[in-house]
Ligand binder design. Sequence first.
Ligand SMILES: *Cc1c(COP(=O)(O)O)cnc(C)c1O
Length: 397
Amino acid sequence: MTRSACLILGICMKTLYLDYAATTPVDPAVAEAMTACLTMDGNFANPASRSHRFGWQAEAAVEKARRQVADLLAADPREIVWTSGATESDNLALKGVVEYLRSHDPGRRCHIISSCIEHKAILDTLKWLQQQGVDVTLLSPDADGLIHPQQVADALRDDTVLVSLMAVNNELGTVTDIAAIGALLKSHAALLHVDAAQAVGKVACNVNVWGADLVSLSAHKFYGPKGVGALYVRRQPLAHVAAQMHGGGHERGMRSGTLPTHQLVGMGEAAALAAANFEADVIKLSALRDKLENALLDLGGVYVNGHRQQRSPAHMNLSFDGLDGEILLASLAQVAVSSGSACTSASVEPSYVLKAIGRSDALAHAGLRFSLGRFVTDEDIDFAIEHVSRVVKALRK
Ligand SMILES: *Cc1c(COP(=O)(O)O)cnc(C)c1O
């Protein structure tokens, strides 16, 4: 079926959204808070305007949001730097650390440890840093998609300045033992950066338990708006990062640009909701995910990609024996899922993450990521089981 035929059919067919790891819809409560920060009768002013009431009100709203995001991480509000999303936060963390060190010692040797299953926002930034003379070690996951603390310990060198690992893998949902890695870095000068874009609302995010110096967040992965994120920057001891965006000196000089009040208020509200609903969300998501997964495993010839226990409750990545992922994806007209990550779904290359855990080209091509979220119901899961089972059986005939 062509894409346009799918689109025409899609208009009159129910389609269930199971791609929450690509992005989430904005929660209605978040949308309401954002709407109140746009128009003349709302909180529209420039938060940096110090000379009038309008500016003070916008600043108060931004500072409330800063506290909400800080609370989510058990951080201090002064440790939150607003950005445009996790891509920018990742860039600021990685480039910022190297640039700060080199600005004080131009000949400084810099080594960074990361993994080959990181998001492209990390991998492409590391590639760029390599061209600037930075030495990079990319750790490989085991067959379950896990990076082990011992691998980090073994890769540490005197010139290691940064370890950057994701808390939850976006494709597999596998959870990295960040706290153990933070603990072993206590006796080393290297900073710890955590890409936590997929972690909020799914695993506990606490910068002190993690021992993290820098943490990237993205609002649109947890029911906030797209185009806004944050970088947590530890104050004690201070994690130094050089600004990548100059002009105006906002965000304590680390990220200039007029603060988008509506975006930040949206992210703050979303953070408060994520924190308040954390336990209930995890219980609900894992029950629904397990129900869907067990039913699809019953089809036979279905493999779970990634560790089944050490995993986000919202993620599920399956390979279907004997089926091409692209054809399966196109045939699943009534459930919106993704093959690999959203960022790589434009290319027909097998997922680099599935290849890294040792899946053959065929099984890597046959991988599908289902990701659940706040608005999925038990009836939706019944619908998904019925639809996916029917399509898989028909394609296998
Ligand atoms: C989505 C995502 C990003 C990019 O976040 P944006 O806010 O969309 O730039 C980075 N890292 C991970 C792990 C992600 O899931």
